[in-house]
Structures are given as structure tokens and as C-alpha cells.
Design a protein around this ligand. Structure first.
Ligand SMILES: NC(=O)C1=CN([C@@H]2O[C@H](COP(=O)(O)OP(=O)(O)OC[C@H]3O[C@@H](n4cnc5c(N)ncnc54)[C@H](OP(=O)(O)O)[C@@H]3O)[C@@H](O)[C@H]2O)C=CC1
Ligand SMILES: Cc1cn([C@H]2C[C@H](O)[C@@H](COP(=O)(O)OP(=O)(O)O[C@H]3O[C@@H](C)C(=O)[C@@H](O)[C@H]3O)O2)c(=O)[nH]c1=O
Ligand SMILES: [Mg+2]
Length: 304
């Protein structure tokens, strides 16, 4: 059975390749093998490989650049998921899709729920929302995991930017009024796999490893707890130092600044808090706290 992973070289897609290789034959074409902006090529790929499951981790994730490349962002973030969902509905196969805290307006301090009103502040957020809506409306079996602040030992992310800057500089200013939860790509892939692998007992009827065993819908997926980007950066430096990283910066010397002092092309939400109870209840799990998840990820990239 073929499992088609888009964006398999990205942060989430790579970890999905690890987890789902137990469940079937993983197909994860690189951008040279399959250009996801080419709708005809995607159709031809689907027709040739007849996947039994699609995990859509491909996306346009350059938040600032999306402001000046809205068409490209829309193709990857809105039209591609619509196309995959249409295929999934027609062939009665499940689709997993990934979404973002940037679909929410970011006001207030109350954690968002999956059915909270959306109001994206950026092109990236708007195109991601259109993707979510297309998947929801397609009628296919689906899971949409809304996650936030994704990082991993490989790929481009805030943690790796901070490790690089922390080696080069002895002072940094980081925004302290955007609040959310940093999520390791590996946690996202583990949780995705759990949604496909129910506990078996000899008394239960066999479930296919390629069918979803929780209701279709949107689920928030992040670790427990909350912090700011400044808090995340400070914790990265504190933990990296303990692991023996040679840093020019001390965790205590990172200055916190308001968003208005760090102008960027795209506006980002101040409140990215997300309630996690829907996912925890559906899967029967307790999500781990973000600090311990950071330790696991840092150990991977700070180890000599
Ligand atoms: N990163 C984050 O902080 C967050 C991400 N998400 C969502 O999670 C999902 C996964 O994100 P993440 O793993 O971080 O993203 P990455 O940017 O790490 O990976 C995206 C993948 O898509 C591929 N891709 C992009 N354009 C094309 C194209 N034209 N043809 C073929 N492949 C293409 C990239 O290929 P290549 O490797 O060649 O560039 C890459 O493998 C996305 O839906 C994202 O919106 C949600 C919340 C936070
Ligand atoms: C490098 C740097 C960033 N910042 C700020 C800018 C921004 O508000 C915050 C994080 O920077 P980033 O560029 O990593 O942020 P960004 O790329 O917007 O991260 C987002 O990516 C998309 C794909 C998502 O879906 C979101 O969940 C979120 O993870 O830190 C500083 O304050 N100082 C700095 O030196
Ligand atoms: Mg980024």
C-alpha cells in the first residue's frame, strides 16, 4: 500500500517518513521529482501511484515572502490541499493536512478552540485557511492538525536560527509579546501516527493501519504550556549551554522587545494560544510540556 507524503524533505514531512514507514510503502518525492505547483504533474503522480493514504506536509511556509508571492503561496497552501482532498474523496482514502495558528486573529489572551472564528493577518495565514476550508468541504476522510512554531533538528526554523545567532552575537533582541507553543516536527509526526494505529487486542476486530480512528475534523496539535519567542530563545540558550554548546550569548542577556520594534512584511498574531483538549480526549493522550520537547530536539542537534 502506497503512502504519499508531500513535502517529505521538510520538517514535518521528514519525520512523517520515519513514522509511516511502519505502515506501508512511503513515497516522498522531492521537488525535483514532483513540482507541487504543477497541478497536472500532481494528478499524474496520483494516477500512477494510487496511494492508500495522503499526508500533505508540503506547503509555502515563508511567511514574509508570501506577502510578495501570494499566487505561489495560494497554489501550495490552498489549491494543492483542495486537489488532494478531491482525489481522496473520489477514491475514499484518508487525507492528513497541516495548518497553523496564523489562521487566528491573534487578539485577546484566551486560547483558541478549533471552532473559534478565524481572521488571518497575513497572506500565509489566509492561504492556509483556504486550504483548511477546501479539505473540510471536500467530504473526504480527513484530519487537519493546526500546529504552531514548528522546529526540528533539520530544516529551517527559529531554534536553529537562534543557535546560529547565539554563537555569533553576544546580544539579541527578540519579541516578547507574541505568545504560543513551540512544536517539534517529531511530535507532530508521532501524534499523526497515533491517529492511525489504535491499540489492538485479540478481542477487537482488526483496524486497517491506513484508516483514521478518530473523527474527521480540525485538531490543535502543540505541546502544553506557553511562551513568547523571547522565552523560547532564552530557554534554547539555557538548555544549549547545559549541553556544552559554545555560545557568545548568555540566556539572561537576550532582550525582550515588543512586536512594533521588530517590523516585518507580514503581521503575526500576538495570541497564538491553542486549546489542546479536543486532541487529548480523542487520542487519550496527555501532550508533553514544550520545555521537555525542546530538550529532546536540542539533544539531537547539539550532540557532537
Ligand atoms: N514551520 C512552521 O512553523 C509551521 C508549519 N505549519 C504547517 O505544517 C506543515 C509542514 O510545515 P514544515 O514542515 O515546517 O514546512 P517546510 O517548509 O519545512 O517544508 C515544506 C516542504 O514543502 C516542499 N515544497 C514547497 N514548495 C514545493 C514545490 N513547489 N514542489 C515540491 N515541494 C515543495 C518543500 O520542499 P524543499 O524541501 O525542496 O524546499 C518542503 O519539503 C505546513 O502545512 C505548514 O503550513 C504549521 C504551523 C507552524
Ligand atoms: C530572527 C528573529 C526573529 N524575531 C521574531 C520575528 C517573529 O515574530 C518571531 C519568529 O520568527 P520566525 O521568522 O521564525 O517566524 P515565522 O516564520 O513567522 O514562524 C511561523 O512560521 C509559520 C510557517 C507558522 O505557521 C507559524 O506557526 C510560525 O512558526 O521572532 C525576533 O524578534 N528577533 C530575531 O532576531
Ligand atoms: Mg519562518
Amino acid at each position: 500500500m502506497n503512502i504519499f507524503i508531500t513535502g517529505g524533505n521538510g520538517q514535518v514531512g521528514f519525520e512523517l517518513q520515519r513514522q509511516f514507514s511502519l505502515f506501508g510503502n512511503v513515497l516522498a518525492p522531492t521537488r525535483h521529482e514532483l513540482d507541487l505547483t504543477d497541478a497536472n504533474a500532481v494528478d499524474a503522480y496520483l494516477a500512477e501511484h494510487q496511494p492508500a493514504l495522503i499526508l500533505n506536509a508540503g506547503a509555502y511556509t515563508a511567511v514574509d515572502k508570501a506577502e510578495s508571492e501570494p499566487e505561489q503561496a495560494k497554489r501550495l497552501n490552498a489549491e494543492l490541499p483542495a486537489q488532494l482532498a478531491e482525489y481522496a474523496a473520489k477514491h475514499n482514502i484518508p487525507l492528513v493536512h497541516y495548518s497553523t495558528d496564523y489562521v487566528y486573529p491573534g487578539d485577546g489572551e484566551t486560547p483558541w478552540q478549533e471552532d473559534s472564528p478565524t481572521a488571518p493577518l497575513s497572506v500565509y495565514g489566509q492561504t492556509k485557511l483556504e486550504g483548511d476550508q477546501a479539505v473540510t468541504q471536500s467530504g473526504c476522510q480527513h484530519l487537519i492538525f493546526r500546529t504552531s512554531w514548528v522546529y526540528a533538528a533539520r530544516g529551517n526554523n527559529f531554534m536553529k536560527t537562534m543557535l546560529r545567532l547565539g554563537r555569533e552575537r553576544d546580544a539579541l533582541s527578540i519579541v516578547n509579546d507574541q505568545i504560543g507553543a513551540p512544536t517539534p516536527a517529531r511530535l507532530i509526526a508521532q501524534v499523526t501516527a497515533l491517529a492511525f494505529a489504535p491499540h489492538h487486542s485479540p478481542l477487537t476486530t482488526h483496524n486497517s493501519p491506513l484508516s483514521i480512528h478518530i473523527p474527521s475534523g480540525i485538531y490543535h496539535l502543540a505541546p502544553r504550556g506557553e511562551t513568547s519567542w523571547h522565552g523560547f530563545a532564552s530557554e534554547i540558550f539555557k538548555q544549549a549551554q547545559v549541553l556544552g554548546e559554545e555560545l557568545a550569548i548568555q540566556s539572561g542577556t537576550v532582550s525582550g522587545i515588543p512586536t512594533v520594534e521588530f517590523p516585518t512584511p507580514a503581521q503575526r498574531p500576538l495570541n497564538s494560544r491553542m486549546r489542546l483538549t479536543k486532541l487529548e480526549a480523542a487520542l487519550g493522550v496527555t501532550l508533553p510540556v514544550w520545555q521537555h520537547q525542546l530538550a529532546l530536539t536540542l539533544a539531537e542537534c547539539c550532540e557532537e
